[in-house]
Design a protein around this ligand. Structure first.
Ligand code: GDP
Ligand code: MN
Length: 379
């Protein structure tokens, strides 16, 4: 899960990393009010999960609250790299003297977190790392020991940071490390970390990515789980512990086990069709979860037929059948459904589904072919 700049900065603020005063707005009127409170001179920043907002026109300086309102109206109507802007951050402007770079990221090749810093931060950091990699200092961190003081000092020295800023810089590196650890982040970045005209360090931008596998440890984060990048259906699926990924095809799939889900998708392709989603209901799925899964697959308007492929082991086919029945009871199927239920209690499942409109198949090949021709209107 990637956090928006304003969410990342709120966290920075709680961890004593200096940030500019500011607040997020969803309308230009709200933006104007915030700008007034901040004294008029503000920066209006599009809150979308893309990088390079500055270069794409998503960051504008306003000299008055009135201008902030106009700019916000403009930015709130924009799409940046395909994503609509739903919120703008209104921050007081900062007198920038120098833009630095600071980040902690999991480095897979080193198999540990690495702190990365540079005196040449800002919007061209990728260019810096490509053309003058010597300007970038990387410090591998032992995850059990955490960031050590000497490492923070090495970084300050490595980028030739003016002496008077060391204390503040070292505090910021420790605080950023704490954010990284406490939030199970895979990345926590400040770019730019600016030196202001009055010789202070301020985090002007923030980007935190949180490991989705840690979601259960952070119930407090559910509220800020971002919805721009993920489809509402995917979010709904997560609530039921289903791994659902939307694809472009027209055959909805409901399968138990990731391996079988992949095989099912392959079989659909081999039969000349295209899957509309990847959906693994997991092992030992309950009727409730099956009901939710079927409902979710049916939410996709692109779905023209559904293929249910269950290999019963711990998962019991009769339980799955009960889930299907309950889903159909709530919302009658608007498309043909093909079911292949084999393994544990498959007889009982078949008995339960008898008399329904479900098309039953005994082999995966037959099931895929049926689903493909059903999607094409052949059934
Ligand atoms: P990004 O392009 O998505 O990384 O967005 P940033 O928040 O990093 O902003 C890009 C650039 O806009 C920064 O590097 C700054 O040069 C500039 N910028 C952002 N906030 C301010 C501000 O408050 N004052 C001034 N003068 N420039 C800013
Ligand atoms: Mn930035």
């Amino acid at each position: 899960m990637r956090l928006h700049e304003y969410q990342s900065k709120q966290i920075f603020g709680k961890y004593s990393i200096p940030i500019p005063n500011g607040r997020v707005a969803s309308s230009s009127g709200e933006a104007r009010q915030i700008a007034e409170e901040l004294g008029g001179k503000v920066v209006v920043k599009a809150q979308v999960l893309v990088s390079g907002r500055g270069k794409a026109g998503g960051i504008r300086l306003a000299k008055s609250a009135r201008e902030a309102e106009d700019l916000s109206a403009n930015i709130l109507g924009m799409e940046l790299k395909g994503l609509p802007v739903r919120k703008v951050l209104i921050d007081e402007t900062v007198n920038i003297q120098k833009e630095l770079y600071l980040c902690v990221i999991n480095d897979r090749s080193m198999r540990k977190p690495v702190m990365i810093t540079s005196f040449a931060g800002g919007v061209d950091i990728e260019e810096v790392s490509r053309t003058t990699p010597e300007k970038i200092v990387k410090i591998p961190i032992n995850p059990l020991l955490g960031l050590r003081d000497f490492q923070a000092r090495d970084m300050a020295a490595g980028i030739d940071l003016p002496r008077e800023l060391w204390k503040s810089y070292i505090e910021i590196t420790h605080n950023l490390w704490n954010v990284f650890v406490d939030f199970d982040a895979t990345m926590a970045e400040i770019n730019p970390l600016v030196i202001t005209g009055d010789q202070k360090l301020v985090a002007l931008d923030g980007k935190i990515t949180i490991d989705d596998n840690s979601q259960f440890r952070h119930p407090e984060m559910t509220d800020i789980r971002n919805t721009d990048g993920e489809s509402p259906v995917e979010i709904e699926a997560q609530k039921f512990g289903l791994s659902y990924i939307k694809l472009d095809g027209n055959i909805g799939c409901l399968v138990n086990g990731a391996g079988l889900a992949m095989t099912t998708m392959d079989m659909i392709y081999l039969s000349g069709g295209t899957p509309a989603n990847f959906l693994d209901i997991g092992g030992g799925a309950s009727a409730e979860r099956v009901t939710a899964a079927l409902r979710i697959v049916m939410l996709d308007p692109g779905v023209k037929s559904i293929l249910i492929n269950i290999f019963g082991g711990i998962t019991r086919c009769d339980e799955v059948a009960r889930g299907i029945l309950s889903a159909l009871n709530d919302t009658p199927a608007r498309v043909p459904i093909v079911a292949r239920l084999v393994g544990t209690n498959s007889q009982e499942a078949r008995a339960l589904l008898k008399g329904t409109s479900l098309l039953s198949a005994s082999s995966i090949v037959e099931a895929a072919r049926l689903a493909v021709s059903a999607a094409e209107g052949g059934i």
